[in-house]
Structures are given as structure tokens and as C-alpha cells.
Design a protein around this ligand. Structure first.
Ligand code: GLV
Ligand code: GLV
Length: 336
């Protein structure tokens, strides 16, 4: 019999067709909404594999409901919604979609930086609301130029590097903080300099976050860190909402510790329209769409499907998160 897979959303092609070719799939027939937790737990019971999204919380309770589960393939690069140690313990392979959305997120990050510093969203609103009521003047909607400025990257993984490459064309200096110094990147991009997090925060004109959400990065950017930033600096977040303490950020914006922010991710998603963050003109908000290029979303589906199928076939998946699982449940070739 074909292995049974639960897919929690209608993902783009060719993802679904690839899965249908070799598996019996049960699909949560929605493009927009995740299954409820009750439904997820019910549907996963007899499944060998799960293809989930970042909106599905996959914890010990979900895994306990699925004794046959061999692989959790998430349609995302982030995997903070999955309890990795619990999966590893049970011999469940966890896979994700790195690489294929890197360029999309880097492009969007550059877009957010320009949007917030050059006040593009504010400008659009001004015209639409009939406030473009004066002739051209030298002071209207001015913002800082990027050339010659310092950009701080918190996290220099795939997306951080791709962002650095793009920003380098603006002739900026780039400071970065990560757990490891990236000599390989510094060789290619001579405008890059490694620094500790406090130096990055205090010397940068723009600080952009590119770390995954872990227990070590939860509220990494808190009140103390925001106070280290320049009053003229902007904070950009396309990583995960909980890396920033939202309450502290609202305070920072209210009291002018920083000049503005551009955010694609939030501690609460969807962000309600009444949220304090929506009250600031110097904040650009986006609804978690940094990877939302047609190309990236299609490649994510393809990679998520390849990951899942590989594990079921007993082959090494292209993007395994929990390498330790190889020892707990070694891969065994299966004919499919
Ligand atoms: C999006 O946030 C992702 O993790 O892919
Ligand atoms: C701007 O439009 C200029 O001509 O300087």
C-alpha cells in the first residue's frame, strides 16, 4: 500500500502532484486556512507523513496522536512551530525549505528598507488622502540616503548573506553579528565587518534581523537592545516576530529611541488593525509576505514534497533539520 500523507493546505504545484504520484494523500482542502488543532490530531492518526505550514503547531501531543509518523515536512524555512527534540526522540524526520526562498526574502528586505527610509508607503497615503496640496518643496517627505551608511545584520545565514550582497550595491558599510564569524562572506564582500551584537546595534543606521526563532533568540531585541540603537536608526524584521519584544518596540517608537521600523512578522499574526504598531507613520507593516514570490512559493512546494518523499523512500532528504534522527531511526531503502 502507498504511504499515507496528511497535507494541511492546498500547496502550489508541482508539490501536490509529486505527492499524489507515490502517496495516498489526505488534503485539508483550503488555500487560506489551516485545519483546527482537533482536526489535525484526528487526521494525522493513521498517517506516515505530514506536510505542514508554519501555522500548524506540531508538538508532542500531535506526534503522540500519530504512532506511524516518520516525517514532518514543513512548507517553510522556519521550523519554530515544530518541537524538534520531541520529533527526534520519536525517530521522526523534520525537513524544511531553505535556499529556495532566500532571494525572495532578501529582495523584500531591501524593499522594506527603502520603503521605510524613503517613506514610500506614507507618500502613497498622502496622495490618496488628498494631502498633496502644496507645490514641490525641498523638505517634503525627506529621509536618509543609504549610500555611506552602516547597515547592521543580526544573523548572517543564507538570507543575511543574500541581503548583504544586494545592499552592497548601495555602497554601504555592513556590520554583522552571528554566532560564528563568516570569513568566506567577508572575502567576497569586503564592506562586511564582524562585530558583537551591541556594537552592531549602536553603530548601525539600519538594523535588519535574519536569525531563526529559538529559545536563545526569543526577545533578543528587547528594551535594553533597542536603547542601544541610534535615535536615527531603523529596525527591519523579516525573520520571526518573537525575536523582537513588541511591547518594547512600541515604547521605543513612542518615545523616539529609534527613527522607525519595517516589519513583516509579528508576535501576533494576523496583526489586528487596532494594534499600537499601526498608529505610527514611521512604521511600514507587511503581512508575513517576504517569501511571497510566485517562484519561491512554487519551489518551496517542490522541495517540501521532495523532502517528504525522500524520507518515505528511505533516502536522505535534501533539507533535513534534525540530523541526530539518523541515529535513532536510520534510513532504510523502501521500494515505492
Ligand atoms: C516563512 O516565514 C518561512 O519560514 O518560510
Ligand atoms: C527633482 O525632481 C529635480 O528635478 O531635482
Amino acid at each position: 500500500p502507498k504511504p499515507k500523507v496528511y497535507v494541511t493546505r492546498i500547496i502550489p504545484e508541482p508539490g501536490l502532484s509529486m505527492l499524489r504520484e507515490c502517496c495516498e494523500i489526505e488534503l485539508h482542502e483550503s488555500k487560506e486556512y489551516p485545519p483546527s488543532r482537533e482536526e489535525l490530531i484526528k487526521k494525522i492518526r493513521d498517517k506516515d507523513a505530514l506536510l505542514c505550514l508554519l501555522t500548524d503547531k506540531i508538538d508532542a501531543e500531535v506526534m503522540d496522536a500519530a504512532p506511524n509518523l516518520k516525517v514532518i515536512s514543513t512548507y517553510s524555512v522556519g521550523f519554530d512551530h515544530i518541537d524538534i527534540p520531541e520529533a527526534t526522540k520519536r525517530g521522526i524526520y523534520v525537513t524544511h525549505t531553505p535556499g529556495v526562498l532566500t532571494d525572495a526574502v532578501a529582495e523584500f528586505t531591501v524593499g522594506l528598507i527603502l520603503a521605510v527610509t524613503r517613506r514610500i508607503v506614507e507618500a502613497d497615503k498622502i496622495i490618496r488622502s488628498g494631502q498633496w496640496d502644496k507645490p514641490w518643496n525641498p523638505y517634503f517627505l525627506t529621509g536618509p540616503e543609504l549610500k555611506g551608511k552602516t547597515i547592521g545584520l543580526i544573523g548572517l545565514g543564507r538570507i543575511g548573506v543574500a541581503t548583504a550582497k544586494r545592499l552592497s550595491s548601495f555602497e554601504v558599510k555592513i556590520l554583522y553579528y552571528d554566532l560564528e564569524r563568516r570569513w568566506d562572506v567577508e572575502t567576497v564582500l569586503p564592506n562586511m565587518q564582524f562585530a558583537d551584537i551591541d556594537t552592531v546595534l549602536s553603530e548601525s543606521d539600519i538594523v535588519s534581523i535574519h536569525v531563526p526563532l529559538t529559545k536563545d533568540t526569543y526577545h533578543l531585541i528587547n528594551e535594553e537592545k533597542l536603547k542601544k540603537m541610534k535615535k536615527t536608526a531603523y529596525l527591519i524584521n523579516t525573520a520571526r516576530g518573537p525575536v523582537v519584544d513588541t511591547e518594547a518596540l512600541v515604547k521605543a517608537l513612542r518615545e523616539g529611541w529609534i527613527a522607525g521600523a519595517a516589519l513583516d512578522v509579528f508576535e501576533q499574526e494576523p496583526l489586528p488593525p487596532t494594534h499600537p504598531l499601526t498608529k505610527f507613520d514611521n512604521v511600514v507593516l507587511a503581512p508575513h509576505i517576504a517569501s511571497a514570490t510566485i517562484e519561491a512559493r512554487q519551489r518551496m512546494a517542490e522541495l517540501a514534497a521532495r523532502n517528504l518523499i525522500a524520507v518515505l523512500k528511505g533516502e536522505m532528504p535534501p533539507a533535513l533539520v534534525n540530523k541526530e534522527v539518523l541515529k535513532i531511526r536510520p534510513l532504510e531503502k523502501v521500494k515505492m
